[in-house]
Write a new protein. Structure first.
Length: 254
């Protein structure tokens, strides 16, 4: 339970996979860079992370991308010696992600992501990957996007499904949105990395919800701010509160 509680801090949010968003891929010949700042609070633990990413579409139907996460600092305001010892080893590079995304139609796409092993306490120490399908429904007043993905090799439950929905409501350059992810664990066996144990059984499922907005300063520069609230057995622990994430991102299209 102790390692599972700490590992919650690593769960992905906005730059969750190499498929950065649920929208169709960038037009042929265009790319985008991203820099993301996140503060995570799950009292008495908290952390500050940054992520840098780049994606590029060499073809009208094909996109490649990569994300590098880095934990700047982790703090613990409690009196558990085991936590204090682990927190001291949590800062540094996390699981680096590489991905491919394929656009089949104007509204349907598929992707595959690979996550390299990490060396820090909060990362997963084996290679794991995800595959997913996405669909965007573009209406006159909003964009409703969905994503369903299968993650295999996860250190907690070995395999789980993530079902995501996002509603964007454009007001010119200002686009508020609401995001929801439901995580359903499919197996009760870990891959050997030690996050999952008998006392964690039944803790495979979770829900992530939260609002956000994007604002285009100029055509190729976009700012983003968001909140994310984590709920359910997957993110619950007797040692700490359920996580809340505050994040800001900046995107530059080239």
């Amino acid at each position: 339970m102790l390692k599972k509680a700490i590992a919650v801090l690593a769960f992905f949010t906005t730059l969750s996979s190499a498929a950065w968003d649920y929208l169709p891929i960038l037009p042929k010949g265009l790319g985008q860079t991203a820099f993301q700042f996140e503060y995570t609070s799950m009292d008495p633990l908290s952390s500050i992370d940054v992520k840098a990413g780049v994606r590029y579409s060499p073809l009208s139907w094909f996109e490649v991308s990569a994300i590098l996460p880095y934990r700047i600092t982790t703090s613990y305001d409690g009196n558990e010696p085991e936590f204090e010892a682990m927190v001291d080893e949590m800062d540094g590079i996390g699981n680096i992600t590489f991905g491919l995304r394929f656009q089949f139609t104007e509204t349907f796409s598929a992707y595959v992501d690979g996550y390299l092993p990490g060396e820090k306490t909060y990362t997963e120490d084996s290679f794991f990957f995800g595959v997913g399908l996405q669909h965007s429904s573009i209406f006159s007043f909003m964009i409703w996007s969905t994503d369903i993905s299968l993650i295999y090799g996860d250190a907690w439950t070995n395999m789980f499904v993530n079902f995501g929905n996002e509603i964007n409501i454009p007001f010119g350059a200002f686009v508020p949105y609401f995001h929801m992810d439901f995580i359903y664990g499919l197996e009760e066996e870990a891959n050997g990395s030690g996050y999952y144990s008998d006392e964690d059984e039944g803790g495979n499922n979770g829900l992530i919800i939260g609002p956000g907005f994007k604002f285009s300063l100029i055509p190729n520069l976009t700012l983003e701010a968001y909140l994310a609230f984590y709920m359910g057995d997957r993110f619950s622990s007797e040692f700490m509160d359920e996580p809340m994430v505050i994040g800001m991102s900046i995107y530059y299209t080239f």
